[in-house]
Structures are given as C-alpha cells and as structure tokens.
Design a protein around this ligand. Structure first.
Ligand code: AMP
Length: 333
C-alpha cells in the first residue's frame, strides 16, 4: 500500500503564487507516488474569516484552484476539513497531550503577541483561542489519517514539529498508535517572497493571486518594489524582488540570460516587470479559464468535496477507533 501524503490550505484569501510554488505544485507532484489527501482547512480559516459569504466564497476558490491546477480526482482524496467530524474529536484527545508551553511558542500566536507588545497593548489582545490552539487542530488533521509526509512551505515547519511532538507524546503514553509524520519542504521554494520582499502572504497584502483577472495580476506585478537603479546600471539579481519570482517560472536558459543582463547592466525594471507579467499570463491563462468555469459550477464543486470526504472518512474512522481504544473511552471495548 502507498504511504500517505497530506496537506491543507486555509481559505483566508485568494490562493497566490507562494501557495502554488511552496505547496500546491510539490503536492501535485507527490500525488504520483503517494496516496494523497489534500483538503481545504475551512475551520482553520474561521480563526480570522468571520463572514459566512466570504468563507464560502474563499472555500470554493481554493477548491477550484486545486482542480484547475490539475488535481486528479481519480487519485487524490480531496475534501473540506469541516466534513470530517472525526478531526474534532481527535483534536480534543490531542489537546490533552499538548503542553501549553508548546502552544505559547507557536510562531503564528507569538507573532500576534509580539505585535501587541510592540504596540503597547495587552499581550493577548484580540487573539482568540482558536488561533492559540491552531497547532492542535492541525495535528489532528494530519494524525487522523496515518500521514507519512506533509508537503508544506517553510512557514509551517514549526507547526509540523508540534504535530510530531504531540504524536510522540501520545505514543509514549500508550503504544505506537499514531504515525509520526515528516514535513517535506522544498529548499528552492520554501519561502516565496512577495511584492515587498517579505514572505508572500495574504496577511501582508503583498501577493500575486494565481487566478485574478489579468489586469489585476498586471497591477500587482507593477507594484513589486525595486530600488531606483537606472537601466544601464549593473544590478544584483539576487537582491531583486522581480527576479526572485521570475526565476521560478522561466526556463533555466532564460534565467541565466537575465542574470547576466542584471550583472552587466542594460535591464530596466519596467521591462522586467512586463516580462514577468507575460510569463505569468502564458503560464496560467489556460488554467484560469478552467478556474473560471469551475467557479460557475459550485454544485459540482460541492459534489466533488462531499465524495472526497466520504473516502477520507473511510481512512479516518478506523484510526480514531484505535485512538479511542488506546485511551479507554466509550467505544473502546
Ligand atoms: P496557508 O495559506 O497559510 O494555508 O498556506 C498554505 C500552504 O502554502 C502552506 O503549506 C504554506 O506553507 C504555503 N505557503 C504560503 N505562503 C508561502 C510562501 N510565501 N512561500 C512558500 N510557501 C508558502
């Protein structure tokens, strides 16, 4: 039997090229060798998205994105987190094996605490408990399926370590009930930078959305921050936010030629941005059409996700029963 690869994406904004390069593309490639389970983490999104229509819309966007990018429904089990009630039962069990100190150090939570402190506010101001316990729910998402590998971007490395820690603590208390998963982080795409050079992230408002209309993509590309060097001046490509994105999409010869042009002088940032925009258009325009067609057919998306959830629960239920048996609660005999 194939090993299990599992990963998820939060519907908190339109999927962007950081999600694509850092996680979606590697995950689609892994689906050839693993039994892949890919899901939409809608209950995770509830920590920040508090508008029903918006959450529904973003969930469909994530579903349509995966499918337009080539997720094969014959091979991959594709579902919504909220369709798997077993996740939430396991989440409670795991909470009882997660030290509070581990959660205090989780970086998503710590970042918000640091922001509050820097602004002179009380340290937990506006931080809900869902956000604080997010790594436990994430551990449940993963451990419920006997997952072996989790393809993620670098920003999820620490959360994955928490999952491993929790699984090992559980196994030490009982026996080897849970599979301890490994993160798979591709070095060359572990952190894709955004328009301003920081990590591309919905929360920094510095993203290039994958399937926005082409004029919006163009607008975002033109917003990429550069220095003010003139075209004839030599430049360091590795310091340039435009090149940082370009090099993931152009072929190796084109990247090398551009690198030379940066170093020798003769390249204007405006031209470079135009070229990047054209490259993104040619890379994604076909898939964008598919994406738009899928977004017009939400009943079909619902159907696909419900069917995926049924298959996912076939894997999840026996593992949850094993956990119940191990700890000695109802249904354990
Ligand atoms: P999220 O949008 O936080 O649910 O992230 C979904 C997946 O995309 C996770 O595996 C992240 O690690 C990955 N990801 C998000 N932003 C980036 C980025 N800028 N570079 C690389 N991977 C990313």
């Amino acid at each position: 039997m194939k090993q299990i690869a599992l990963t998820g994406i939060k519907p908190t904004g339109q999927p962007h090229i950081g999600n694509y390069l850092g996680m979606i593309k590697p995950a689609l490639e892994l689906a050839e060798d693993y039994q892949a389970l890919y899901f939409i983490a809608d209950y995770h999104a509830l920590t920040t998205v508090k508008n029903k229509k918006e959450l529904e819309e973003l969930t469909y966007q994530v579903a349509a994105t995966w499918l337009a990018l080539g997720l094969n429904l014959e091979e991959v089990i594709f579902y919504r987190q909220s369709d798997i009630p077993e996740v939430f039962e396991l989440s409670w069990v795991l909470a009882c094996f997660t030290s509070k100190g581990l959660l205090n150090r989780a970086h998503a939570y710590k970042t918000l605490v640091d922001e509050n402190v820097a602004a002179g506010r009380e340290e937990d101001k506006n931080i809900n408990s869902g956000l604080y316990t997010y790594p436990i729910l994430m551990a449940a998402d993963i451990l419920l399926f006997g997952t072996h590998i989790v393809p993620v971007g670098f920003d999820q490395k620490q959360h994955l370590e928490i999952t491993r820690d929790v699984a090992m603590t559980f196994n030490k208390t009982y026996r080897e009930v849970l599979v301890v998963p490994e993160a798979v982080i591709r070095k060359e795409v572990m952190t894709i930078s955004g328009l301003d050079g920081r990590k591309m992230s919905k929360s920094y408002n510095n993203v290039i959305p994958l399937f926005a209309q082409s004029n919006q993509v163009r607008k975002q590309v033109m917003r990429i921050v550069t220095d003010s060097k003139r075209p004839e001046e030599p430049k360091d490509p590795d310091e340039c936010n435009v090149f940082a994105i370009y090099r993931h999409f152009a072929d190796a010869d084109a990247v090398e030629a551009k690198r030379r042009l940066y170093l020798d002088g003769g390249l204007g940032y405006g031209d470079m941005k135009n070229e990047l925009y054209e490259l993104l258009e040619s890379t994604f325009s076909k898939q964008r059409e598919q994406y738009n067609a899928l977004m017009e057919n939400r009943n079909e998306l619902d159907k696909v996700l419900e069917q995926g959830a049924e298959k996912a629960r076939d894997i999840a239920v026996p593992i949850l029963v094993k956990v119940r048996k191990a700890v000695g609660v109802t249904g354990s005999r």
